[in-house]
Design a protein around this ligand. Structure first.
Ligand code: FES
Length: 678
């Protein structure tokens, strides 16, 4: 696919009646397909005013990279159309040059999908099976204060009588405190808000239009959140930041080690995340111009460690064999109990956990990708410092976690850095080396996608051999410019990607032999997770209909390079897709639909957790996965595994107990890397 030139992207609109007639227009990177259609003079309606609440801007992406679907795409178009590359033009900002076909809405009924749903009456699923049913309902009633002195009722009794629907009679004390005043303010007109038939707020007047919720994905590295309208699904605001807990450690095991056996430190970690979420609720409501009092539901997903810290639950034993979570069921807790003071009337819902290292974020990914209803076998891979793999179909689902460590985030790499300005993100090698640098700046380091690409291209050019060794001995066989880039420094052999004169700092950006070993360890962990689940399920690469990459990192890697270095198995490239921040999308789905939230509970029971280290073939797979180029057939041992006999994880020591793995030996213990997640 043609990379866009500069800051502009070319969009071609194909005439639905004549595929040879294409109207092309160039747009800025921030522009949507709706903007492009307007600029090109192509008819594309925007009935809802580009708010993602109708289908009038529906279009099909014919070529070019498709951005992952938003919640609004999923709501309006359904999972099937999204999978077939249909998108809402107003919500889609293309990332490469593309050709699209603007299409009329399939039916005007589409507009009713959101607005016609009655949370109290039970939602009707749309054609994709998704219906808005957040569990939150607002009822406008007219109640009168008690009048009889002899046969006295109560203010609450009067409200319940006027409500005239079955609700729990127990109400929170905070609501009891409000009722006397609110009841007497506007001649008894009240809005009573319920969540799953429990009263959560009572306020004077008619506020029925205002019902909001927030979905949060708390990652080890970053936190993202969105404010959605609970009846329409419209996104009102989006917020994100680095997880402020990083001051206590960059990866998961550092956080666990910090808080282990020390309640005060757990409190400190917790305060960071609670403050952040409180701040996000305030910020999102301020941005959207809505009252925090009208935020009624908050869904939180995150890995087990983030989940436990958010709740203030001890994480000590998540870091010790058998690495079990303290609690794994889904949780609903009033915000005041946490406390999340910024949303006083909200119910906070946490999705269930599968295992100590397969957390609620993975459950959200399973929800969002609908892998659980797939007729064909699919795999879902989150490449992070702790990779998670889910594999299966509607018949059976398995999950494992793959401790890749932070190398692919640039840590433990001599010139490693996160994907920021000045990072080498892609590499081309012909007779010499050419690097793409983020921000078109001078290179100051290399990020994860650059590492994967560099290793693949060095392998292709013969700079690296299949074992991962830099070819210093026969460098004369390389083109002269490449051979000159192989050098021996004080710390050992290294390959110069960017010479010091071209770099943005006073030294060259290089890849050392040690860096390459770190990449091998990281990529082998992810690869081993995928291959081991294939072994357990008794399937090969060709049996996988799709390999879905999710999470922030998956967006940036060159999948061809990832397959070339065997970070991913040999699945044909057209079966590898990027599904975006599926954890956050899953959180949004659970926010808007109690059916989806309940489904997560059922799925968590169904998913079989496979502990890598306890599998007899793990070590062989891992050692084989260290290789870049060759694969010897590793015989499955003990596969397939019956669900009831799945092994338990028995050897995942925390950092302090860990035996260091010497990368150069390419040998592994039962646990190759320290456990961490992104
Ligand atoms: S204009 Fe309504 S969803 Fe795009």
């Amino acid at each position: 696919m043609k990379e866009p030139e500069g800051n502009e992207i070319e969009v071609g609109f194909v005439d639905p009646d004549d595929a040879s007639a294409i109207r092309r227009v160039r747009i800025g990177r921030e522009a949507s397909l709706l903007d492009a259609a307007r600029a090109a003079g192509v008819g594309m309606d925007a009935t809802c005013g580009a708010r993602g609440r109708c289908r009038s801007c529906r279009c099909k992406i014919l070529s070019g990279d498709v951005p992952p679907a938003t919640m609004q795409d999923t709501l309006q178009l359904g999972h099937e159309e999204v999978r077939e590359r249909f998108r809402l033009g107003c919500q889609t900002r293309p990332v490469t040059d593309c050709e699209i076909m603007a299409l009329p809405p399939k039916s005007e009924a589409g507009h009713q999908i959101l607005t016609g749903t009655n949370p109290m009456g039970g939602a009707t699923p749309d054609e994709s099976g998704f219906a808005i049913d957040s569990g939150v309902a607002k009822h406008v009633i007219h109640a009168t204060p008690p009048r009889e002195e002899h046969r006295q009722t109560s203010d609450l009794g009067q409200v319940l009588e006027a409500l005239d629907i079955p609700v729990e009679r127990q109400v929170p004390v905070s609501v009891m405190r409000k009722i006397p005043g609110e009841l007497r303010k506007q001649r008894g007109e009240l809005t009573v808000t319920t969540f799953n038939r429990r009263i959560v707020d009572v306020e004077a007047g008619d506020t029925s239009e205002h019902a909001y919720g927030m979905a949060f994905d708390i990652g080890t590295t970053s936190i993202v959140g969105t404010l959605l309208h609970l009846e329409t699904g419209e996104e009102f605001a989006a917020v994100d930041s680095v997880n402020p807990q990083t001051v206590y450690g960059g990866d998961l095991m550092s956080r666990i080690a910090y808080a282990q056996f020390d309640e005060k430190k757990l409190v400190a970690l917790r305060a960071k995340v609670l403050n952040a979420i409180n701040g996000f609720v305030k910020e999102a409501c301020r941005m959207a111009g809505v009252s925090r009092d009208h935020v009624y539901k908050i869904v939180v997903v995150g890995n087990t460690c983030m989940h436990h810290i958010f709740l203030g639950v001890d994480v000590t034993f998540v870091g010790l064999a058998p690495y079990a979570p303290a609690v794994s069921d889904g949780i609903v807790v009033p915000a005041g109990e946490l406390p999340l003071k910024s949303a006083p009337h909200a119910q906070v819902c946490l999705l269930p956990i599968v295992a100590g290292f397969v957390g609620a974020d993975t459950m959200a990914c399973v929800l969002a990708t609908r892998i659980y209803e797939s007729e064909e076998l699919r795999a879902l891979v989150d490449i992070g410092t702790n990779g998670e793999v889910v594999m299966g179909s509607k018949d059976r689902l398995m999950a494992c976690s793959a401790p890749a460590g932070p190398a692919l985030e640039g840590a433990q790499i001599r010139h490693g850095m996160r994907g920021a300005m000045g990072a080498v993100e892609a590499v081309t090698i012909d007779d010499d080396v050419h690097c793409n640098v983020i921000g078109s700046a001078r290179a100051i380091g290399i990020c994860g996608s650059g590492l994967i690409d560099a290793c693949a291209k060095m392998l292709g050019a013969g700079v690296l051999d299949g074992t991962g060794r830099l070819r210093t001995r026969d460098r004369e066989r390389l083109p002269p410019a490449l051979g000159a880039r192989l050098r021996t420094a004080e710390s050992g052999v290294e390959f110069v990607l960017v010479r010091d004169v071209d770099a943005g700092k006073n030294e060259a950006v290089t890849l050392t032999q040690g860096d390459i070993r770190q990449v091998q360890l990281a990529k082998s962990a992810i690869y081993s997770g995928i291959v081991l689940l294939q072994h357990v399920m008794g399937i090969g690469d060709d049996d996988l209909a799709e390999l879905m990459l999710c999470g922030g990192f998956g967006n940036y890697i060159n999948t061809e390079s990832a397959v070339a270095i065997r970070l991913l198995p040999s699945v044909s490239l057209d079966r590898i897709s990027y599904v975006g921040n599926a954890a956050h999308l899953g959180a949004q789905m659970a926010l808007l639909s109690e059916r989806e939230r309940t489904r997560a509970e059922e799925l968590a029971q169904r998913i079989e957790h496979v502990a890598l280290a306890a599998r007899p073939d793990f070590q062989d797979i891992f050692v084989d996965g260290m290789s870049f180029a060759t694969s010897r057939a590793v015989e499955p041992k003990g596969a397939p595994v019956e669900p009831e006999r799945l092994p338990t994880e028995t050897s995942r020591p925390v950092e302090s107990e860990r035996t260091a793995v010497e990368p150069e030996t390419a040998s592994v213990g039962t646990q190759p890397r320290r456990r961490a997640t992104g």
